[in-house]
Design a protein around this ligand. Structure first.
Ligand code: C2G
Length: 131
């Protein structure tokens, strides 16, 4: 059974998130998602997530493509997360291209094209503009 792992904040879920999770799942048989904690997200994005880490985990877990979720506490722990979850494949959007090649000794590393024209920040801007 091929175990796929991926990571993200997945705030205000949109089709870009759904499509990477769907494609990641199709590369194996079981998809595990590390959902960034609120503090890791703040560190990465310099602004608070709209939904809490527990709400974001609940939403991601509800998707048909996702088998398991856990909290991603740090980018530096990615190697441990890969090992502890016995992942065979790490999948990330290609905005991360090259950033995780160091884990090629642990698992396959695949970067998939991002979905163009959508991001959580754009969605939030649109909501603000239409309010
Ligand atoms: N994504 C995508 N298309 C978009 C937006 C996002 O394919 N239009 C992908 C990203 O490339 C990433 C995943 O969806 O693989 C989650 O994106 P974010 O929630 O923005 O997460 P990110 O900040 O990239 O977190 O350990 C790595 C980090 O936790 C990744």
């Amino acid at each position: 059974m091929k175990r796929v792992i991926t990571f993200g904040t997945f705030d205000v879920l949109h089709v870009g998130h759904v499509r990477i999770l769907q494609r990641a799942r199709m590369l194996g048989d079981y998809l595990i998602v590390g959902v960034s904690t609120d503090s890791l997200n703040l560190q990465k994005k310099k602004k608070k997530a709209i939904y809490s880490q527990f709400e974001r985990m609940e939403i991601v877990k509800s998707l048909q493509y996702v088998d398991e979720v856990f909290l991603e506490h740090s980018l530096e722990s990615k190697g441990d997360y890969i090992k502890n979850n016995q992942a065979d494949i790490l999948v990330m959007g290609d905005d991360w291209k090259g950033r995780f090649d160091i884990f090629k000794n642990l698992c396959d590393v695949i970067y998939l094209p991002r979905t163009e024209g959508i991001s959580t920040s754009e969605v939030l801007e649109n909501i603000k503009a239409s309010a």
